[in-house]
Design a protein around this ligand. Structure first.
Ligand SMILES: [Zn+2]
Length: 346
């Protein structure tokens, strides 16, 4: 199998470190140890940056338990279509996701998403924008007063925004941000440059950090306008704590849990585990996988399986080929294990 490794790896094919031999990363089998069938950690570290290594490590290897299958990843059902191929060829490699879709699917707190949406839609009540549409009021920047208060100035060009970004623990420099309008600013957040990511961290963390920054600057500006008070030091501290808080909730971990009761309804096993953040249906599948392992290790024979995610249950009980490629191997593997033990899930 060539190419794709993890849907979370941008472009689906892992980027390799400068100077590393590209042909080594073209085939997945070259990155797997032949004897115990694990990711070859030493090779991964040699070839890829930490972010990529982590993404690859999130992909579970099922070894010889199930056979490989080819998927065309540009369609939802995994089958090739001329239309999807045409779309790839004509999109010049650019992401075909609209900025709106990117905002709503980002791993960012809802409050920040709403702010990004208002920013991209140009509906923030900026003094410069209000002046341009009504000809009324004072259009100058609420912080510096030097220039018109437009989103790109207020949020990244204004000396106040720059001072706050640079004085933070991340030492973020905004002087190289080239964004002439609000949508570009949102794109700068949602698709941070490689340079920014290498300074700040993995892509979703960098996005979270930048989006939270813009949000905090907007809050600081509102404090100044409506309450005539604003403290860069306080805003900076709030930014840092928000990033920490949101990082925990949105990026780092999903939690899975399971309960096993005996025939008298007494709890026999109560288990919970943190896993890297994944889609809810995949988290559900992983919880079932964990439960199956516990049941097998405990040699339980008769088990009534209950799961409250209807879609996941249907997928496991269906006998046709799973069509969704991201969860394909997990579904196949679980179906086999359930069948081996004569278990049915409902
Ligand atoms: Zn200003």
């Amino acid at each position: 199998m060539e190419g794709s490794l993890d849907p979370e790896i941008e472009g689906k094919v892992p980027k390799i470190k400068e100077g590393a031999i590209e042909s080594q990363v073209r085939r997945v089998e070259n990155l797997i140890t032949p004897i115990d069938f694990r990711w070859d950690e030493a090779k991964l570290q040699d070839l890829c940056d930490q972010e990529i290594v982590e993404a690859i490590n999130r992909v579970k290897i099922y070894g010889s338990e199930i056979e490989d299958k080819l998927f065309w990843i540009s369609t939802n059902n995994g089958f090739f279509s001329v239309k999807s191929c045409y779309n790839i060829l004509t999109s010049n490699g650019a992401s075909d996701k609209s900025i709106w879709k990117e905002i709503w699917t980002a791993k960012i707190h809802e409050r920040i998403k709403m702010f990004l949406w208002r920013l991209a839609a140009d509906v923030l009540p900026l003094k410069g924008t209000i002046f341009e549409s009504t000809g009324k009021g004072d259009p100058s920047c609420s912080f510096c007063g030097f220039t018109k208060e437009m989103s790109s100035h207020l949020l990244v060009e204004c000396p106040v925004a720059r001072a706050m970004a640079f004085s933070s623990k991340w030492g973020l420099r905004l002087d190289s941000v080239a964004s002439s309008n609000a949508q570009e600013l949102v794109k700068w957040c949602m698709n941070p440059s490689h340079q920014l990511c290498s300074n700040l961290g993995r892509k979703d963390y960098t996005s979270l950090l930048l989006a939270t920054f813009l949000y905090i600057i907007w809050e600081l500006r509102n404090d100044k306008v409506y309450e005539n008070r604003s403290s860069i030091a306080k805003a900076s501290a709030r930014w840092e704590s928000m990033v920490e808080e949101f990082k925990l909730v949105a990026l780092d971990k999903s939690a899975i849990a399971l309960i096993a009761r005996d025939d008298k309804s007494l709890v026999k096993v109560l288990a919970a585990k943190l896993i890297p953040s994944v889609r809810p249906d995949i988290a559900e599948l992983k919880a079932i996988e964990c439960a199956v392992t516990i049941a097998k290790e405990s040699s339980w024979i008769e088990v009534d399986w209950l799961c409250n995610a209807r879609l996941v249950v249907d997928q496991l009980n269906d006998s046709s080929e799973p069509s969704e490629w991201e969860s394909w191997s997990l579904v196949k593997n679980l179906r086999d294990k359930l069948k081996d033990n004569n278990w049915t899930i409902s």
